[in-house]
Ligand binder design. Structure first.
Ligand SMILES: [Zn+2]
Ligand SMILES: [Zn+2]
Length: 344
């Protein structure tokens, strides 16, 4: 089968013929029909998040099941499906409690194993990880759900517990941030989008953000946000993954507010400092958000089916597998707003 492969950190990925994946007991092999190009893939390619080489990237996938392993009961050949970027083992206490997104034995296609920039991809523990798609959701729209959209949904809904009329601040309007804007609006929140890129802010406005703030000067942005929200946001999300932005996000909260960290803080950023004096004095809550378990997808898909959320509105570019490697490498520089999806 054809797959996008790279042999070394930062080496331009190329399309090659590789063997089709095995289908062990409990697993499913999915014929990939669409797969998103995500900054997490770029982090792995640049060596910030090491992977075994040679490597096939890709983790935001949708497609059709073509093989199932022994013991799979809820997934059949021909099913239209997607999977979370964190796949649980299906056996441990956390998986059994519906918390597969933090499974200690987790498997991430495109990181711990070959990913979805390929004609086929293997997903273990299919009964735990495979999500069936509603008929009205096409593969390109579904590919946009897997990582950034689902992560943003969990950040806003489960951690942020946002409600109608509450203020939601979204720092960074890439894929995850724009998803958070859309989810916040669907739930009736008032949304302030912050970014350094006028194009990204414009996109956030088109997706329903009530206010847009230039975040080039973080101190000024916090002041502006606090004024706009009459004392601070109820929920603030760092969708970038920058120590300075994470701290600004915490500073922008009202008392009893909630900061949700969505952007990865890898490498040197792992030691990010937050203003813990404010966390104590204002009784703030600080959460990390790491994808979303398959078991939590139905609530999100219900909003998609009812037309309240449309992930395909995030997709601004659809490309072929031959262009996927170049699209990944192009993330060295800020790109156009919205999501790029590879269609196979
Ligand atoms: Zn597990
Ligand atoms: Zn991703």
């Amino acid at each position: 089968m054809r797959a996008v492969v790279y042999d070394g950190v930062g080496q331009l990925p190329e399309v090659r013929d590789v063997p089709e994946p095995d289908c062990p007991a409990g697993a499913a092999v999915i014929a990939v029909r669409a797969t998103g190009v995500c900054r997490s893939d770029w982090h792995a390619w640049r060596g910030h998040d090491p992977v075994a080489l040679p490597h096939v990237p890709g983790h935001e996938l949708a497609g059709e099941v073509v093989r199932i392993g022994d013991g799979v009961t809820t997934v059949a050949v021909g099913d239209r499906v997607t999977v979370p970027f964190v796949c649980g083992c299906g056996r441990c206490e956390l998986c059994r409690a519906g918390e597969a997104q933090v499974c200690p034995e987790q498997y991430q296609p495109g990181f711990t194993g070959p990913g979805s920039f390929a004609e086929q991809v293997m997903v273990p523990a299919a009964d735990t990880n495979v999500v069936h798609l509603p008929d009205g959701l096409d593969f390109v729209g579904a590919a946009a759900l897997g990582c950034r959209f689902a992560t943003a949904f969990r950040a806003v809904v489960a951690h942020g517990r946002i409600g109608p009329g509450r203020w939601l601040a979204v720092w960074g309007c890439g894929g995850a941030g724009l998803s958070a804007v859309m989810v916040g609006r669907a739930l009736g929140a008032r949304v302030v989008a912050l970014d350094v890129s006028p194009g990204a802010l414009e996109r956030a406005g088109a997706l329903g953000a009530d206010a847009r703030v230039d975040a080039t000067d973080l101190v000024a942005a916090v002041d502006r946000l606090r004024a706009l929200t009459d004392g601070g946001a109820h929920v603030s999300i760092d969708a970038i993954g920058s120590p300075a932005v994470a701290a600004a996000s915490v500073r922008s909260l009202c008392r009893r507010g909630r900061h949700v960290q969505v952007g990865l803080l890898l490498g040197d950023a792992a030691a990010t400092a937050l203003p813990m004096d404010l966390v104590v004095a204002h009784e703030l809550e600080v959460y990390g958000s790491h994808g979303m378990a398959a078991v939590d997808y139905p609530a999100m898909l219900d909003l998609v089916e009812r037309g309240l959320l449309d992930p395909s509105r995030l997709v601004t570019r659809v490309i072929g597998l031959d262009e996927a490697g170049a699209a990944l490498a192009a993330m060295d520089h800020p790109g156009p707003p919205g999501l790029t999806v590879v269609e196979l």
